[in-house]
Design a protein around this ligand. Structure first.
Ligand SMILES: [Zn+2]
Length: 160
């Protein structure tokens, strides 16, 4: 998702918040059948008109949350903590590589590897972040790979 899309979605969420605040009526989804329904925010129990499910408001997730609220973006700091940095030191093939999204016993899902030894890990990391978190690709100075299945995940020896 790019930034422009994110802003538009946040605006939708904001408008819905304003409606709920002014009307004191919320739009939720039934925790049992998934139908959308309206209720006054003051009530302690909600009944689904579709399937008859009765419960507390916590069992009826907000519709705007389900529909509009985009995933919070990971900050660079958080992302960095979840990455593994590797430096290949084999002569001509000296390159930086970074991996992300580890699954125990299987390995890493995402991999980025610099095309040249001149690309430092900071630049490589920035590109990796743009690709994974912002869904954008910056100038191509690396090779990117995604493991589509667990079996294809990148298994690397972690040293240090
Ligand atoms: Zn229902």
């Amino acid at each position: 998702m790019n930034n422009e899309q994110l802003k538009k979605l946040q605006y939708q969420t904001q408008l819905l918040h304003e409606i709920v605040e002014k009307s004191e009526i919320n739009v939720v989804t039934c925790g049992n059948c998934g139908s959308a329904l309206l209720h006054r925010i003051s009530v302690e129990e909600i009944e689904c008109p579709d399937c008859g499910f009765k419960s507390e408001p916590c069992d009826f997730p907000d519709l705007f949350f389900e529909t509009f609220y985009p995933e919070k973006k990971m900050t660079k700091k958080t992302f960095k903590e979840k990455c593994h940095f590797q430096h290949f030191s084999g002569g001509v093939n000296r390159r930086n590589a970074i991996y992300f999204d580890y699954k125990e016993g299987y390995g890493w899902k995402y991999k980025v590897k610099a095309h040249s030894s001149l690309i430092n890990s900071k630049d490589l990391f920035n590109q990796f972040y743009e690709w994974i978190v912002n869904d954008e690709l910056k100038p191509d100075y690396s090779e990117i790979r995604v493991a589509e299945t667990d079996g294809e995940r990148f298994k690397i020896a972690i040293s240090g």
